[in-house]
Design a binder for this molecule. Structure first.
Ligand SMILES: [Zn+2]
Length: 300
């Protein structure tokens, strides 16, 4: 089987790899071992996290080359933070030594490749209606968002969780890289959290949306609920990471709309499209889907 690879460049114009000079002159002699130590390079951190991620979870991709730049996201003006932009990872200075960021962005890239090199059609402009830490952000792990945005981020979080946890066990750890107020009471809460149960004590173990966000819920969801939903599909229902990305592809995410408000197939409602994909998948995954969807609050 052919395997994907990861290449890391300095930026998207020069496209240089990292290089360093060990010795200006070096003449090897027989049977000699020389050890060369270089400084830590951002490129190597990113390549290490991407390589490890792909080794642990290929998620049904075969042989594409995933490309990353040590550069802030070029898809926003001015360039900022980390993102997937035109299928390439942009990892900023904050992200270069945070493996959950790198694997999250790679998760977006895997989803992009699995869906025939197409991003999801997603909308980050829903009114979070006070279910958010920082209203200046377009989205965060527990903000109330349109399902298209929540699912799009949720599957990237899930990919990171599936890489850095053991999917044969149900417990799940996650380092969330943005400051966050999970309980919406006061101040910032832990960022190193449980992604199987509640992120902090006092909150429900599932269904953050209905636990903490006011109605309306129709066509809305949270990234964290989608993460725990996918994690439960894998660890409680035995649905592999590859099959979850099959459902992603087969739900035609590039055709999603933010307010489809319909229960018929392929009309653009993210969770409805994906549920139909589960029903049509070989093997049939509808029973597994229905066992976890409402529990986790992604069925709106
Ligand atoms: Zn993302």
């Amino acid at each position: 089987m052919s395997r994907p690879s990861a290449w890391v460049y300095d930026n998207d114009t020069a496209e240089n790899f990292y290089s360093t000079t060990g010795w200006l002159t070096f003449a090897p002699t027989a049977s000699e071992t020389k050890t060369f130590t270089s400084g830590v390079a951002d490129h190597w951190n990113i390549a290490a996290a991407m390589g490890k991620s792909l080794r642990r979870q290929m998620a049904g991709v075969t042989d594409p080359t995933f490309i990353a730049y040590t550069q802030p996201c070029a898809c926003v003006t001015p360039p900022d933070r980390s993102c997937l932009c035109s299928g390439k990872l942009y990892i900023d200075s904050y992200g270069v030594d945070r493996k959950y960021i790198i694997s999250h962005e790679l998760g977006h890239a895997v989803a992009y490749v699995r869906n025939g090199n197409a991003s999801a059609s997603k909308d980050y402009t829903a009114d979070p209606d006070n279910c958010v830490t920082d209203t200046a952000r377009s989205h965060e792990a527990a903000s109330k968002e349109y399902q298209s945005a929540a699912a799009n981020e949720g599957i990237a979080h899930y990919y990171a969780a599936a890489v850095w946890n053991d999917t044969t066990e149900s417990d799940c750890g996650f380092y969330y890289y943005k400051s966050i107020d999970w309980d919406l009471v006061e101040g910032n809460d832990p960022q190193e959290v449980d992604c199987e149960d509640a992120p902090m004590s006092g909150l429900a173990n599932a269904n953050y949306l209905e636990d903490l966000c006011d109605k309306p819920w129709l066509d809305l969801g949270t990234e964290w609920d989608w993460l725990r939903f996918f994690w439960d599909l894998t660890t409680d229902e035995g649905v592999s990471t590859e099959h979850i990305f099959d459902l992603w592809d087969e739900s035609n995410p590039d055709t999603w709309t933010s307010t489809a408000n319909s229960d018929t197939a392929d009309t653009g409602d993210p969770e409805v499209n994906m549920r139909y994909a589960a029903d049509n998948h070989v093997p049939d995954l509808l029973k597994e889907w229905d066992a976890q969807a409402a529990t986790n609050g992604i069925d709106h």
